[in-house]
Design a protein around this ligand. Structure first.
Ligand code: GLN
Ligand code: ZN
Length: 755
């Protein structure tokens, strides 16, 4: 009989309870015990919720106080030397110091590098391995979570990050290949499996999403070696979980690994079922990932049903395609979704219910069969709905001409005109857009939303914030100013709310990193811009200062990437619609006299398909969309773009082809390493490599930033170099922002004097 399970549950809580508990602990407003209690309560609630929705079994150790890759580092004692003393002294403080850095009178520790988890908008902490790294087992967390589940009468399956994926995600401080650490890791890993078995675990789930990537011989050898070694251990049965795509050319490898179960992502790669059925040994149990763990649409249950039927006896579990970490918790909380949208959607809980329905229908339950038919017609109704189509948009897209995707003149001519217009000093200083979203700003927004602050009052408040922010920037001596983004809740939601084709949820929170969550808009229909979205605020800011103000937009790829996107047409088509709407906005800003316009594309890289073979097509349409949005302005208008958390080496050509006049990038956590790609490529346009890590409250010193700038100047021409933070400042507080920007401006001034 097939049973229902899932690979991991969102841990932040339907009402972001974990966020509140974490932030209150960090502020010193509550003790560690309160944080642990909140965490335990969430785990219990989520197990019960999954059970009530119809899951026959649940995972454990899918919870994390911050991040599962960081948990794995702690689990195997891969704690960098710099943080070890603190960790030994106070594990919780040490854990958060690894996650967020710490700066107090006694300590000044950096956070671990953070980067995106495969092609999602979740960020993990990059394991950092010391020269001569050894591993030891600190199994408290998985054992405690298993024990908690058992105490509730649950036979839970601990989730572990697989040894090969985890090592591949990490970096060695000596620059060596982390896979060489496998031999050192395996004994600790095997010991962990033995401990879990001794504690009563019957199954463990070992996540190896790296199996859907392009692998080389060394990877394949690592997989064979690792799983052969683990098979020797007195271990629970092992469910090897692959997700975020098909196994492709790694199918034979995965099929041969000595495990008892294999999870397949059959949403992104339904076709792989056939080949795996042919390859797998008869006794291998399959977990079928048939409901999309990455999107919020109701599943195509008919398609799922036929996949399950096709798998026949081999199918032991029905599951979402991947962990449900990437979707919100419970649609039932959404009371205000417009029209039929609510009927079209499913969150984590509803996805488990869909799986229950499938399992029951497979078992011959008639009520389930009827509900399945109803679900199929609801889905058909969505696909046929006129809400999805906007004939004028389609017409305008058909009329796009190739020259609309090119600036009028090449960069050298443009930059000369722009310099004349902007009159900025060498090494111009700027910021990435947002300034602190203080409690006051958030309160005013909430009051306005609740109707207690009227439109005029809210506008006056925002004008005041914007004016104050401009004054601060002037006092700090910044050169190219921004309005501060106080009117924006979120860089994607703000635009989505002003575009047709998007809907908004009240509880659709998804974890981005640590306590940070995003509420992705739901892109359900054709996109159009009924009226200007940012012109008023940008123009207002420009009337308040003599210095140039940079307009601030979110780019088409990022809006697409950070939304839940309709699945009834190619993503490229939806992206082009957004690009066309943004083009109108860019042109309106240009017409309003704004001399610099930034189009943020922090998600360009994360949109890359996981397989190289699919990259060129993606980069082509993503680049087309950016250029379509950006190119409708005069040569003298400076187009900026911004990207964060990106390795640029392998996409540098596409990034250069965007032909932005200036790009600002995140580089400070990697100590300018990320700049190498630009240097090697001889990237010709302006670059602002971030010199201040804004993801941590730590204030960098002038000398530290100057050192980064000097490092940048080893590979960049002086006239290319801009001086800016890594990213927007909205999550920071004013005192630290002021101090850091002051030091940053000093660093730029020092540099000007030295050359
Ligand atoms: N302009 C945005 C901001 O400053 C950019 C944020 C981002 O890149 N994630 O907040
Ligand atoms: Zn950024």
């Amino acid at each position: 009989m097939i049973s229902v399970t899932h690979l991991g549950f969102p841990r932040i809580g339907a009402r972001r309870e974990l966020k509140q508990a974490l932030e209150s602990f960090w502020k010193g407003e509550s003790a560690a015990d309160a944080l642990y209690a909140a965490a335990a309560a969430l785990r219990e609630r989520h197990w019960r919720l999954a059970g009530a929705a119809g899951a026959d079994s649940v995972p454990c150790n899918d919870f994390s106080l911050y991040d599962q890759a960081l948990d794995t580092a702690v689990l195997f004692d891969a704690i960098p030397a710099s943080h070890r003393e603190l960790y030994e002294h106070d594990p919780l403080a040490g854990y958060f110091a690894l996650a967020r850095g710490v700066q107090d009178g006694r300590r000044d520790l950096h956070a671990l590098e953070m980067t995106k988890w495969f092609d999602t908008n979740y960020h993990y902490l990059v394991p950092q391995f010391e020269p001569g790294q050894r591993f030891a087992l600190r199994a408290d967390k998985p054992l405690a979570e298993l024990a908690q589940a058992q105490a509730l009468g649950l036979q839970a399956r601990p989730v572990l990050l697989g040894p090969v994926t985890w090592l591949k995600l990490g970096k060695r401080r000596d620059g060596g290949d982390p896979r060489e650490l496998l031999e050192a890791l395996l004994p600790a890993y095997a010991q962990l499996l033995e401990r879990l078995k001794a504690a009563g675990a019957q199954w463990v789930q070992i996540d190896e999403p790296a199996l859907v990537l392009d692998l080389d011989d060394a990877d394949r050898a690592a997989y064979r070696r690792a799983y052969a070694a683990l098979a020797e251990a007195d271990a629970p049965q092992r469910l090897l979980a692959t997700y975020f795509g098909g196994l492709g050319d790694n199918a034979a490898l995965a099929a041969q690994l000595p495990v008892q179960g294999l999870h397949l992502d059959l949403v992104r790669a339904p076709q792989q079922l056939e080949s795996l059925l042919a390859l797998l040994p008869a006794e291998r149990a399959l977990s079928l990932g048939v409901v999309d763990g990455r999107n919020i649409w109701r599943a195509d249950l008919d398609a799922a049903l036929s996949l399950a039927r096709r798998a026949g006896e081999r199918a032991r579990w029905l599951a979402p395609s991947c962990s449900l970490l990437h979707v919100p918790t419970d649609l039932e909380l959404e009371r205000k979704l417009p029209g039929p949208l609510r009927q079209w959607m499913a969150y984590a809980k509803q996805k488990i219910e869909e799986l229950r329905l499938l399992a029951d229908a497979l078992a011959g339950d008639e009520r389930a069969a009827r509900e399945l038919a109803a679900a199929a017609s609801a889905r058909a109704a969505r696909l046929a709905s006129p809400l999805l189509r906007h004939p004028q948009v389609r017409k305008r897209l058909a009329d796009v001409r190739p020259e609309m995707g090119r600036r009028a003149s090449p960069y050298p001519r443009r930059i000369a005109l722009q310099q004349k217009r902007l009159g900025l000093p060498p090494f111009p200083t700027t910021t990435i857009g947002s300034f602190p979203q203080t409690a006051q700003v958030r309160r005013a927004r909430a009051e306005h939303k609740a109707g207690r602050l009227d439109d005029a009052g809210y506008r006056r408040f925002l004008e005041q914030e914007t004016r104050d922010c401009l004054k601060e920037q002037e006092a700090l001596g910044l050169d190219l100013l921004v309005h501060g983004e106080f009117e924006r809740n979120d860089m994607v939601e703000y635009f989505g709310e002003r575009l047709d084709g998007f809907a908004f949820t009240a509880h659709g929170w998804v974890q981005s990193y640590g306590s940070r969550c995003v509420k992705p808009p739901v892109l359900y229909g054709d996109v159009a811009r009924p009226k200007p979205m940012t012109v008023r605020w940008t123009r207002y800011a420009q009337t308040q200062t003599e210095r140039p103000v940079k307009g601030m937009l979110t780019g088409p790829v990022t809006i697409l990437q950070w939304s839940f996107v309709r699945d009834d047409q190619p993503r490229a088509d939806s992206c082009r619609q957004i690009a066309l709407a943004l083009r109108e906005e860019v042109q309106d800003l240009d017409a309003a006299g704004i001399a610099a316009i930034q189009i943020d594309e922090p998600a360009l890289r994360e949109g890359l398909p996981l397989r190289r073979a699919d990259w060129p097509a993606y980069l082509a349409w993503a680049g087309d969309c950016f250029r379509l949005a950006a190119s409708g302005v005069s040569d003298a208008t400076q187009i900026h773009t911004h990207m964060c958390y990106a390795e640029f080496n392998d996409i540098i050509e596409a990034v250069a082809a965007l032909d932005a006049d200036v790009i600002s990038i995140e580089t400070s956590r990697s100590r300018m390493e990320l700049l190498d790609a630009f240097a090697r490529y001889r990237y010709p346009n302006g670059i602002g490599p971030g010199v201040y890590d804004i993801h941590s409250p730590r204030v960098p010193s002038e000398a530290e930033m100057r050192a980064l700038l000097d490092k940048a100047l080893q590979v960049l021409a002086p006239e290319q170099l801009w001086v800016n933070p890594d990213c927007g400042l909205k999550t920071r507080g004013w005192p630290e922002v002021r101090a850091a920007l002051q030091a940053m401006v000093q660093a730029a001034r020092g540099l000007r004097e030295s050359v």
